[in-house]
Write a protein that binds this ligand. Structure first.
Ligand code: IPD
Ligand code: CA
Ligand code: CA
Length: 262
């Protein structure tokens, strides 16, 4: 892919973010999906529609695996965009201003490019496979930091609350071995925060590929580790758990969780 194409992809994500930044959810534009506190708004759909239209113009034969409106092609063998048009919808509904647009591009089933954009802070995270990760124009170099010297970030959605006891047992253990815990409410932004060294790890028991695809490449390219909780690779074609971090904090977390044996 040429430099111009990458630039066009990033511009499309930035334009999607502009819609998010100016939008405010109201009762008339917010709907319930399955399960408790599972919201979708007209803006999730509007942003996804615009992204798909623009990304299709840039790479015409691509597949799309996107959260809304059953736009869920198989990854296939060529290019596949993996899109969460609005990650952090509950935050958005409450005007919490911590949400983002996540667009990953897989090629032959592996992550090739990714962008996560926080329009409120104008923070654009990008990565290309094998070429590093950036926060705006600054290259990210993740250094080793022990869990005890970091913040632990985690996620849990009310509509995915089956394993709440296990998650909170893990989070309690991690809390007792770190400086603080945070649930930001946007897996994409929280994982990118780990890539930028703002937190030592990010953990969640069940995420969809669109929640983590783009951010997983950004984290790996920054020098972080991205796996499931048991250390297996994450799966781009189905939901899975996610444990990511700088190498030292990730290793120490894995050891702690394994010792818990639950
Ligand atoms: C959710 C957010 C949240 C995470 C959930 C996700 P959505 O995505 O990333 O932080 O804990 O598991 O589903 O619904 O806001 O796009
Ligand atoms: Ca999401
Ligand atoms: Ca979403």
């Amino acid at each position: 892919m040429t430099e111009t194409l990458y630039k066009r992809l990033e511009d499309a994500v930035r334009r999607a973010g502009a819609i998010l930044k100016d939008a405010h959810a109201t009762a008339d534009t917010t709907y319930m999906k399955e399960g408790p506190a599972n919201f979708v708004t007209d803006y999730d759909r509007q942003i996804q529609e615009q992204l798909i239209r623009e990304l299709r113009e840039i790479l015409p034969d691509s597949h799309f695996l996107a959260e809304e409106d059953h736009m869920q092609d198989p990854l296939g063998d060529g290019y596949c965009f993996i899109i969460d048009p609005l990650d952090g919808t509950t935050n958005f509904v409450h005007d919490y201003r911590y949400s983002c647009v996540c667009v990953g591009l897989a090629r032959h089933g592996r992550m090739h490019w990714g962008a996560v954009y926080n329009p409120y802070l104008e923070e654009m995270y990008t990565a290309r496979a094998g070429e590093g990760a950036y926060l705006n124009s600054q290259k990210l170099y993740l250094t080793e930091a022990h869990l005890e010297d970091t913040i632990v970030a985690f996620g849990c959605a009310r509509y995915n609350s089956d394993d709440t006891d296990r998650l909170f047992a893990y989070v309690k253990e991690l809390y007792l071995h770190s400086q603080a815990i945070r649930d930001g409410g946007s897996a994409g932004l929280d994982m990118c925060g780990t890539a930028a060294g703002r937190s030592g790890i990010y953990i969640e028991l069940r995420l969809q590929p669109w929640d983590f695809a783009a951010a997983s490449l950004i984290l790996q390219e920054a020098g972080g580790i991205v796996t499931q909780i048991n250390g297996d690779p994450v799966t781009l074609d189905k939901p899975c758990s996610v444990l990511t971090g700088n190498p030292a904090a990730w290793r120490e977390s894995r050891e702690l969780l394994e010792r818990m044996d639950i």
